[in-house]
Ligand binder design. Structure first.
Ligand SMILES: [Zn+2]
Length: 199
């Protein structure tokens, strides 16, 4: 018989981190992640829980200059995506972000890519100032920005819950998403689903 896991209860030192849920990563976008629209209602469920508990909701966003080094015309691996100020860099209307959402922009340096929300941003300082110790992380894409944000968070000493029902992978190589999840769990991230979060 498998053990019954107790439901996870939100604590005052918890924050929700939604990684790069932007139009260009959704179906029809410049760098669409397969089935990424499926996570929007699930993320809304998490947002509701965090709002009800009065806990911070943070969104990161790719916020590139038009000549960013990760773009194909500059010799990078990706099509042009999430150029700062364009519609493709915007958040989808279906994502019910609270009014006091905290937005962290990343990868603004044309010469440097930044898959992690901690890379070159004030995210760590912001979370420390709020007394946050545990992060609940979901978004796009599992095998790039979610992976690197989770690994950085663990390195910085945060507890991490990986929202496994609110992530989707690019899967440039088949299995990239699964390997990324395995890596995050090996390093100490705890997989969580919305139904296991105490209302
Ligand atoms: Zn990017």
């Amino acid at each position: 018989m498998s053990a019954v896991h107790p439901k996870t209860i939100l604590a005052p030192s918890d924050a929700l981190i939604i990684v790069d849920v932007q139009q260009d990563f959704l179906p029809g976008g410049a760098l669409a992640v397969p089935r990424s629209d499926e996570i929007l209602p699930v993320l809304n469920g998490y947002i509701e829980r965090f709002r009800a508990a009065g806990l911070p909701v943070v969104v990161t966003r790719d916020w590139h200059p038009p000549d960013h080094c990760s773009f194909k015309p500059q010799g990078g691996p990706w099509p042009v995506h999430c150029v700062a100020g364009t519609a493709g860099a915007g958040f989808p209307l279906e994502l019910k972000l609270p009014e006091d959402v905290r937005i962290v922009s990343k990868a603004e340096d044309p010469m440097q890519d930044a898959y992690s929300g901690f890379s070159g941003t004030n995210l760590s300082a912001m979370l420390r100032a709020l007394g946050i110790q545990r992060l609940f992380i979901g978004g796009l894409a599992t095998d790039y920005c979610v992976l690197n944000t989770v690994l950085d968070a663990l390195r910085k000493g945060f507890g991490v819950f990986l929202l496994e029902d609110a992530i989707r992978a690019v899967n440039v190589r088949p299995g990239d998403g699964e390997r990324a999840v395995a890596r995050m769990r090996e390093r100490g991230a705890v997989a969580l689903q919305l139904k296991a979060l105490m209302p």
